[in-house]
Design a protein around this ligand. Structure first.
Ligand code: NDP
Length: 805
């Protein structure tokens, strides 16, 4: 037997994921209640519905069937919570959302197994795609909560939002809806689909775990006509966000018309998957697998229409058939399974009905030779060829693993065929010719067009459709606008109401209040003031322990002794020695620059990862808040409350730059010439920095954090007078997974060290806070040459823009 034979005959062994922890979790809680005002309550109807496991047709759990009385209670709770949540500083909301993301990761396996059992999708998908993306959405939107006051000035939350989600990505759709809503200060009443409520209920538990204020998120399980319709018609709901079928979307639009409710609809699709004859066919085959057999084809943007250039149609379909034969369908909890079960018997019947209709209408159907499991609701991957563009299966969303293939001859014909649909959600184009792909993509009437890939989702990129696929975007900055409105709208409404009530002055007073929130007192300030109050009450006296350690320098991720072997004394405000730091020299600076250069891989890493590390730094700093505050008091003699305020502002600032890390990707331009321009930001490189003496901790982090957020690496000379706050930070860096060499700290006399840095050929930019002479030196040295001097420049000047065509 040779290797080829082994590959041909090698069978997969079973790789089952245990359902035991999920079953235990269900057993301990069912029948499940409704989640209103952070409490589990019994449904007013006293009715429960079964949630079925689609892979065996057996009941999995009993969930509450809410009715309009429960909707009233949940909306009242959300309204009461909105009064304070809508005014909570962005930084505080960001912290809650960050905690939600962390807790989702902590419970990721339970969530993945529950989702797989409740929906029928494979554990491979829930574990590797759904749940990680859910966490990503909360991380990403924690960033927008932090940045709302500066990035969306003049906007305020909409209010109480009713959210209705489908069964195909239960927890992911919840995250798409809840994360932006909370980030922008709204409160939520969410209805999961009746087939798939369990992960939403686990999510409710997470809300309790993280201590989210009561009423901010409310979850009502139950039937469409009881809960969904009551939500849509409720007079105290300000916005409806819906994902589901086009028919229901249409009825919701009718019901909300004229009510003043804001509305976003993410509906169905019949997305084209266009393959030109120069495409890499093996990649195309895997692309098709992702496009239509991912989640059993129950995906709103599934590439369900395969449009192939005529001359390669036969070879592509034969490759596809070979691949379909090898797809593995079965127990969704088997880790080696590609396809799981269809969500419900009704959905399965609908797929069977449309497939039979396709055969009757004359198309040629092909399915693999293997049989589906007889228990549970399974349907095999199916390919239709010889399909006429006007037939039912070419026009109607089947929402199952059914691909219909058609051919075209020219790019113009491909575009016409692709656009021959009432939908406009997504499309993908496959060609090795970038000119052709970029020519065709903008001509397709779809909200997202993927080139040589498909089903690419991320929290940072808006997703949504037009035509009968709905309107509004989810994800990205564009998605935030679905959950805010201009402050003046509210002011006009309030003024109108006040006039109507004859209570003009009270109304105007309320308007003033609104303005002061919206015009955005800085979150950091608001946060700082809270800390002042908190700690001044404690009557702290600055009795300090003696210092028994010498902070070292921090180079290449290691604590190192100074090359000189000398230390310098550091004094408190009474001129008493409180410790020593290493006396850095030329050699230390060179080592640090070399380390910073070697860490250039930091720039190439995922922006999400950079954000994570900055959040982690904030988290680790928060744990040691008191210790860092003491250190500031010790060095400066400032009041303790003031020092706490500095530490808290530093934490908030880390959140801000973590938030920015994945939001400065660049922009897309549409020049008068053909094509699009992607303008991408890139880091400068190695940045040297001399930090200010005032606010030794805040000053240090305010220079370092934005630089590394944008992918730069850093050699920092901390405050000469008060360096201990910065040197204490290396323990935070070490415990926050910051790669070696990204931040290097050299202590000592500022100006001589700065001169070495400035003279170094491998330093690309300098931040300088120091003397007029020092600034002059740098100006003379660099004034007309290449490197950037960031003296007196805004902190955001730590990136350059480069345009890529
Ligand atoms: P629906 O559109 O009926 O359901 C989606 C959500 O809306 C569910 O939570 C549902 O509740 C709720 N709902 C249904 N009717 C109303 C109403 N009148 N008012 C308020 N809420 C309502 O989708 P289905 O589950 O019935 O699936 C049918 C078809 O819809 C699929 O075959 C597919 O074509 C399409 N679909 C599209 C999706 C997409 O992502 N774009 C997702 C799911 C389905 P309940 O679960 O209690 O019925």
């Amino acid at each position: 037997m040779n290797v080829m034979d082994i590959f041909e005959t090698m069978e997969y062994g079973p790789a089952p994921e245990s359902p035991a922890p999920a079953l235990q979790w269900i057993k301990e809680r069912q029948p499940f209640g409704l989640f209103i005002n952070n409490q589990w309550v019994k449904p007013a109807s006293a009715q429960y519905i079964d949630s079925i496991n689609p892979s065996n047709g057996k009941p999995l759990a009993q969930v509450a069937a809410a009715n309009s009385a429960d909707v009233d209670a949940a909306v009242a709770a959300a309204r009461a919570a909105f009064e304070s949540w809508g005014k909570t500083p962005g930084h505080v909301r960001a912290r809650y959302m960050y905690a939600i993301a962390r807790h989702i990761q902590k419970h990721s396996r339970l969530l993945a197994v529950l989702e797989s059992m409740d929906n029928g999708k494979s554990i491979r998908e829930t574990r590797d795609l759904d749940i990680p993306l859910v966490a990503r959405h909360f991380y990403y939107h924690a960033g927008w909560a932090q940045l709302m006051s500066s990035e969306l000035p003049g906007y305020e939350p909409v209010g109480v939002v009713g959210q209705i989600i489908p069964w195909n990505f239960p927890l992911l759709m919840l995250a798409w809806k809840i994360a932006p809503a909370l980030a922008m200060g709204n409160t939520v009443v969410l209805k999961p689909a009746r087939y798939t409520s369990l992960t939403a209920l686990k999510f409710a538990e997470i809300m309790q775990e993280v201590g989210l204020p009561a009423g901010v998120v409310n979850i009502l399980t139950g039937e469409a006509f009881q809960v969904g319709e009551a939500l849509v018609r409720h007079p105290d709901i300000n916005k409806i966000a819906f994902t589901g079928s086009t028919d229901v979307g249409r009825s919701i639009r009718r019901a909300t018309a004229g009510s003043g409710k804001k509305l976003s609809l993410e509906l169905g699709g019949k997305s084209p998957f266009i393959v030109f004859d120069d495409a890499d066919l093996d990649s195309v085959v895997e692309g098709v697998v992702d496009a239509i057999w991912f989640n059993q084809g129950q995906v709103c943007c599934a590439g369900s229409r395969l449009l192939v250039q005529e001359d390669i149609a036969d070879s592509l379909t034969s490759k596809l058939r070979a691949r379909m034969e090898k797809l593995r369908l079965g127990d969704p909890l088997d880790k080696a399974v590609d396809m799981g079960a269809i969500v419900s018997p009704g959905q399965l019947e609908e797929i069977q009905r449309l497939v039979s209709q396709g055969v009757e209408e004359g198309a040629e159907m092909w399915q693999p030779s293997w049989a589906c499991p007889t228990e549970g609701y399974f349907f095999p991957p199916t390919l239709f060829t010889n399909v006429a563009p006007a037939t039912t299966i070419a026009q109607v969303e089947i929402f199952g693993p059914v691909l219909v293939a058609m051919t075209f001859r020219t790019p113009t014909e491909a575009v016409a065929l692709a656009n021959n649909t009432r939908y406009g959600l997504a499309a993908s184009v496959w060609s090795e010719n970038i000119n052709l792909a970029l020519d065709v993509a903008p001509k397709l009437k779809a909200g997202s067009v993927w080139v040589n890939c498909t089903n690419m989702f991320d929290a940072s990129s808006g997703f949504g459709g037009y035509r009968e696929s709905g309107f509004g975007r989810e994800g990205g900055k564009e998605g935030l606008y679905e959950y805010v409105r201009p402050a003046w709208e509210n002011q006009s409404l309030m003024k109108a109401a006040a006039h109507a009530n004859g209570a003009v002055s009270a109304g105007e007073k309320a308007v003033e209040g609104t303005q002061s929130i919206v015009s955005g007192e800085d979150d950091e300030q608001a946060n700082g003031y809270a800390a002042w109050q908190l700690y001044s009450d404690k009557g702290f006296t600055a009795t300090l322990p003696s210092i028994d350690r010498t902070p070292k320098m921090f180079i290449k991720g290691k604590q190192v002794r100074p090359d000189s072997g000398y230390s310098r004394d550091i004094y408190d405000s009474q001129h008493r020695v409180i410790g020593q730091v290493g006396e850095g020299n030329r050699k230390d600076i060179r080592n640090a620059v070399e380390a910073a250069h070697a860490a250039s891989g930091w720039a190439a890493g995922a922006t999400h990862n950079r954000a994570q590390i900055l959040y982690y730094m904030a988290e680790n700093l928060a744990i040691r808040e008191e210790e860092f505050a003491h250190r500031i008091v010790q060095q400066s003699g400032r009041p303790y409350a003031d020092a706490v305020s500095e530490v808290q502002t530093t934490i908030s600032r880390l959140f801000s730059y973590a938030a920015w890390a994945d939001k400065y990707e660049g922009v897309v331009h549409r020049p008068p010439l053909r094509g699009v321009v992607l303008a991408m930001n890139e880091p400068i490189g190695v940045i040297g920095m001399a930090c200010p003496d005032e606010y030794p901790m805040l000053g240090f982090i305010s220079l370092v954090a934005p630089a590394i957020a944008m992918g730069n690496t850093v050699v920092a000379i901390p405050s000469q007078r008060s360096p201990l706050s910065a040197t204490d930070c290396y323990q935070v860096f070490e415990t926050s997974d910051l790669p070696d060499g990204v931040v290097n700290i050299v202590t000592g006399e500022r100006d001589p060290l700065c001169q070495v840095l400035a003279d170094h050929d491998d330093v690309d930019a300098m931040w300088y806070f120091g003397s007029a002479e020092g600034e002059e030196y740098l100006g003379a040295l660099w004034g007309v040459s290449n490197p950037d001097i960031l003296v007196n420049r805004p902190v955001e000047a730590v990136y350059r823009v480069r345009v890529h065509y």
